[in-house]
Write a protein that binds this ligand. Structure first.
Ligand code: NAP
Length: 500
């Protein structure tokens, strides 16, 4: 304690999506100057850079809340911002807070190793470059690695025009008058399918499970509303923090405790489907057979209309047996030719940091530590091996009811508080969360998830291969904020470097 640091620790952040950008802003504001952000792509934005599918890519959380509280944008063009506007906002934040000099683009991290002697992280990227830092913060998101289904035949067999995932949209591929097969009917597909149906010659929509889809209460903001938000920042704050936040927050109880409330929404979704879908067979298949909320509830105003379109949109539910050179063969043996196959099959959300080889104390890797499922203290720190590693949007911090930016901002505060605690120790010190604290915390989280609607028996990306929900936070976002308000140093052990 006597030899507290005279300099702030150096910090390395992996990723420049919402997590990384906001963390970097907060670190700069707190006086951290030795700051590097490694970005695997050539631009910032994370999922909002990658998901550019034809107009339609948009957020299902209201823009005023899906933006930093410390950087309000008063002139959102509509209630639910579309991808280009969200990406523009993120780029504007990077410019305003002068983060560019700290960012190294096209540096995909392959490994991060903690050196027990120096208590420093050594990070290696695909280009072979290495970086060192006292503290490593991962901001790699949960939705950045496309999940490609393991369908026999696979992509290699298909000899048609093109075959791509929705998060890697090939904009040069002409869809006009083509026979297009779409696999998956999740959050991405319900956004791009309505956009492409007017163009394509034939659309074969392969649905494994139906989605619960509610109307999207979206509309453009009038100029006077934007002016009011700008002139009266207090009103902007009230709108964000008072109206939208609490409206969204009230839904937490429905997901975790009183799932009967969700039945009211199921009724609304059924009504909406019946309103637009005239084909009884399609209507039957579009109504899910699992509890509403078990998978993410989707919002759209044009999904049912798009699927209903006879005769060129086919809804296929008989399962995919294989992909061959010219199309898709269903489990009933029917071959349907396709010129283009689009995968709307989602992301590998529960694998977290797995493509990055992270080795902590005594060479233990994160994959070793997580063989029985990913666990983290407050979703941020992992005990036992990587001291001075902080994860943003880690295990059990995802939401089904509110804005993930609220969770991220809680995490920024917690990380800053941890770095503040660390700076009271001699240079080179490292902090490692205690195993018993982490176990107790994870037990409480898992207990909180028991009986939640995500436990209702459907398969979803919230559950890992062991059927454990490692993705969602089981309650209110304000309770997470309270839990992460500051670091309790008793939760951590502080380690001197071996050579100190
Ligand atoms: P998703 O919700 O996981 O949907 C994937 C779809 O692909 C599901 O319909 C799934 O069926 C299907 N699928 C997967 N493997 C398949 C296979 N082998 N054969 C047939 N179908 C298969 O993925 P996503 O639509 O890309 O969305 C992922 C998440 O990204 C969302 O939940 C959301 O959090 C986020 N997102 C958000 C927005 C937004 O508006 N903010 C927009 C897009 C995405 P099953 O249901 O049967 O597994």
């Amino acid at each position: 304690m006597a030899h507290a640091r005279t300099r702030k620790p150096s910090v390395l952040i992996i990723g420049t999506g919402f997590g990384g950008i906001g963390m970097a802003i907060k670190l700069r504001q707190a006086g951290f100057t030795d700051l590097t952000l490694l970005e695997k792509a050539g631009g910032v934005g994370g999922t909002w850079r990658d998901n550019t599918y034809p107009p339609g890519a948009a957020c299902d959380v209201q823009s005023h809340l899906y933006s930093y509280s410390f950087e309000p944008k008063h002139d959102w063009s509509r209630k639910f911002g579309a991808q280009p506007e969200i990406l523009e906002y993120m780029e504007a934040c990077v410019r305003k807070y002068q983060l560019e000099p700290h960012i190294q683009f096209n540096q995909a991290v392959t490994s991060a190793t903690f050196d027990d002697h120096s208590n420093q992280w050594r990070v290696v990227t695909e280009t072979g470059d290495t970086f060192s830092a006292d503290v490593l913060i991962t901001a790699t998101g949960q939705l950045n690695r496309p999940a490609m289904p393991n369908i026999p035949g696979g992509l290699e067999t298909f000899r048609g025009g093109a075959c791509f995932h929705s998060a890697r949209w090939q904009h040069h591929t002409e869809l006009r008058n083509k026979r297009v097969a779409v696999i998956g009917t999740g959050a991405s597909a319900i956004q791009f399918v309505p956009e492409i149906t007017p163009l394509v010659g034939q659309l074969e929509l392969y649905q494994r499970s139906a989605a619960w889809v509610l109307p999207k209460p979206d509309r453009p903001f009038h100029q006077f509303e934007q002016a009011l938000f700008k002139k009266l920042p207090l009103w902007d704050r009230l709108y964000r923090g008072g109206l939208i936040y609490w409206k969204n927050e009230s839904r937490a109880l429905a997901f975790t405790r009183f799932s009967w409330i969700l039945d009211l929404f199921a009724h609304q979704a059924r009504k909406e489907a019946r309103r637009w879908v005239t084909d009884p067979d399609k209507l039957h298949h579009l109504i899910p057979d699992y509890r509403i909320g078990c998978k993410r509830i989707l919002i759209s105003n044009d999904w049912y209309r798009a699927v209903n379109q006879p005769p060129h949109v086919n809804l296929l539910t008989d399962g995919i047996a294989r992909i061959d050179e010219t199309g898709i063969v269903s489990e009933t043996g029917e071959h349907r030719p396709a010129d283009i196959i689009i995968f709307g099959t989602g992301f590998r959300a529960s694998e977290f940091l797995s493509p990055i080889h992270i080795a902590g104390r005594e060479g233990l890797t994160l994959n070793d530590a997580w063989t029985n499922g990913s666990k983290a203290f407050k979703g941020i720190s992992v005990s036992g091996f990587p001291p001075n590693l902080f994860m943003l949007y880690g295990p059990n911090t995802n939401l089904a009811h509110n804005s993930i930016l609220f969770m991220l901002e809680s995490q920024y505060r917690y990380v800053l508080s941890a770095l503040d605690a660390l700076s009271r120790y001699p240079p080179g010190a490292a902090m490692d969360v205690r195993e018993d604290r982490q176990s107790r915390y994870c037990q409480v989280v898992q207990r909180g998830l028991e009986g939640s609607v995500w436990d209702a028996g459907c398969s979803s990306w919230y559950l890992d291969e062991h059927g454990r929900n490692t993705v969602n936070w089981p309650g209110f976002t304000f309770s997470y904020r309270f839990a992460t308000r500051s670091v309790d140093t008793a939760d951590y052990q502080f380690l001197d470097p071996v050579n100190a």
